[in-house]
Design a protein. Structure first.
Length: 568
């Protein structure tokens, strides 16, 4: 649910902070007051295309920030998880900034993202219907998803079985294809795999050895420094054959002196005890240094051997993988393929039978799934057409166009491609939703779909922009009732010029222009209950002050509330 929208330097808006609430909200105001600018700002922060005209005159950049409260089942969580974006306290903040030089800065909960990711997130949060883009029902790829959700549990369970059958048949097909080499191809492949396996085996690779070799090479290349360092450290600790007694000799003298006075004071005894412990550590270190000196052996041939070994590993990496682990994995897969090809004659018939059986199962389940979908499409039409009729499209026709996907086992989702088709006038053929209508009529079509499918698509917030274009009276009331019904489980925002629609709102915002310092600004304010009648009276053409119009506006509000109480 959209909670807050902060707009800065967008078109006529200097700075605007709008708080939104659950339920049904309307934005009203004079034509040109800036209502559509608010929707344009919302579109912008949801990832839609931006242009230089978006930036307020005299400014070099515009920015919008939107705060959303998320519910546990909101589909946006899946998108956020895929993008690695964390969401604490069930809140998500989207931010977008656009400069005149074309630069975009987008963030989701502070994480920097690009506009394509922002749009993915926005598509899961808000559905905007009207003259702007962002209409999920116009996306043909989503039609089969919505139809399957509408169909219910039977289709869901069968889709799971189809997916399992698809993977089983795909694997059987892959194995069969691997066994169906012609003799020339088979011989060439056997030779190649045999050579590759022999080359890898001949190297006797050990996972992790490359790192050890590189470490040894570093030692060999710096042998002189290493030997001098070990020798110098050993002399400093243990002394040499000359007069230098080293640190251990000096430490021994200090211990002897402290041991002689330890009985006179407890602090001396404690210090002597600490020095004894340090002496043993130093002595152990001196033995370790002696072992390092004895073990370190530099021969020029050793460096040559290490370089040769690393070059061999590098050659194999260029051929078979970016690491020894990947090379060994490649070897195992090659061995499996070699065994499969070598025994192809024996297995081919068996694999063909397995594939035929798996494909038969897939075909049967997919056909059953297709039948259930077509039945669900008929039920969807039965529910949708009355909704369209309520909104003034009594002669509408609806159908779901099914096409069979190409391929032997086309997809894990079955064999169907589905597109919703609609006609709004008697005698006209059904067409794709995107080609049926535009403006307010298209928005009312979307509203009808949403009335039937709102609880299925999972998108929490819906925006209807200029949905009342070309309607009035009874149809306007029907539109308002449907939006109010959807708003029981969704957040609904609507720009309207109809008093009938405004009267049904749970919340109403007035968008208005003001001129100060030779500048024009758009502002939005949430109306209190006692202010709504005046604005609705203004929409009715009275200017908002006529007592009769005010009384009529209040009656509209009261009638709307009573109507919704009866429908509850």
């Amino acid at each position: 649910m959209l909670k807050q929208l902060s707009i800065h330097n967008v078109a006529l808006i200097d700075q605007q902070y709008i708080e939104f609430f659950n339920g049904f909200s309307v934005l009203t105001g004079e034509t040109g007051a800036g209502k559509s600018i608010i929707i344009e700002a919302l579109n912008f922060v949801l990832g839609e295309r931006a242009s230089r005209e978006l930036v307020k005159s005299g400014e070099d950049k515009a920015s919008v920030e939107a705060l959303f409260h998320l519910l546990e089942n909101d589909p946006v969580y899946e998108v956020l998880s895929e993008q690695g974006i964390e969401c604490e306290d069930d809140e998500l903040t989207l931010y977008r900034e656009f400069s005149l030089n074309g630069k975009n800065v987008c963030r989701a909960n502070g994480t920097l993202i690009n506009t394509s990711v922002l749009k993915l997130i926005g598509d899961a949060l808000v559905d905007i219907h009207g003259q702007h883009a962002h209409q999920s029902l116009l996306d043909e790829k989503k039609h089969i998803v919505l139809l399957d959700r509408f169909a219910g549990k039977d289709v869901f369970d069968l889709k799971t079985q189809v997916a399992q059958a698809y993977h089983k048949a795909s694997e059987a097909k892959r194995l069969l294809a691997a066994a169906q080499f012609n003799e020339q191809e088979r011989a060439r492949r056997i030779d190649l795999l045999t050579y590759q396996i022999k080359e890898i085996d001949g190297a006797n690779l050990v996972d992790g050895e490359e790192e050890q070799l590189e470490e040894q090479r570093g030692l060999m290349q710096n042998a002189q420094s290493v030997m001098e360092g070990l020798e110098g450290a050993s002399i400093a600790l243990s002394g040499d054959e000359g007069e230098n007694g080293g640190a251990l000799a000096s430490f021994s003298i200090a211990l002897h002196q402290l041991d002689g006075i330890a009985r006179y004071h407890g602090d001396y005894a404690q210090l002597a005890e600490k020095l004894h412990a340090l002496y043993y550590d130093l002595e152990d270190a001196s033995y370790t240094l002696r072992d390092y000196k004895a073990d370190f052996n530099f021969e020029p041939d050793m460096l040559d051997e290490i370089e040769s070994r690393l070059e061999l590993i590098s050659t194999l990496k260029r051929k078979y993988g970016s690491s020894i682990s990947e090379i060994l994995t490649y070897r195992e897969k090659s061995a499996e393929e070699l065994e499969l090809i070598a025994n192809a004659d024996e297995r081919r018939e068996q694999l063909a039978v397995q594939y035929a059986s798996a494909k038969e199962e897939y075909d049967a389940l997919s056909a059953e799934l297709s039948m259930l979908r077509k039945a669900a499409a008929d039920r969807l039409a039965e529910k949708l057409l009355p909704e369209l009729g309520d909104l003034g499209m009594q002669h509408a026709s609806f159908s779901a166009n099914f096409e069979t996907l190409s391929g032997e086992i086309p997809s894990a989702n079955g064999i169907d491609s589905v597109e919703f088709l609609l006609s709004t006038n008697r005698g006209e053929p059904v067409k794709p939703l995107s080609k049926v209508a535009s403006g307010g009529e298209l928005s009312r079509i979307m509203l009808s779909f949403k009335t039937v499918l709102a609880d299925l698509d999972g998108i929490p917030t819906m925006v209807f922009d200029e949905i009342d274009s070309g309607i009035s009276g009874q149809i306007g009331t029907a539109v308002a009732v449907k939006m109010r019904q959807i708003a029981r489980n969704h957040q609904v925002l609507c720009i309207t010029h109809l008093p009938q629609i405004a009267a049904f709102a749970n919340h109403q915002y007035l968008v208005y222009k003001e001129e100060t310092d030779d500048k024009t600004r758009s502002n939005a304010v949430k109306l209190q209950d006692n202010e709504r009648a005046r604005e609705i009276a203004r929409i009715m053409g009275s200017g908002g002050t006529d007592p009769v119009a005010l009384e009529h506006a209040q009656r509209l509000i009261d009638a709307a509330n009573e109507s919704m109480r009866r429908l509850t």
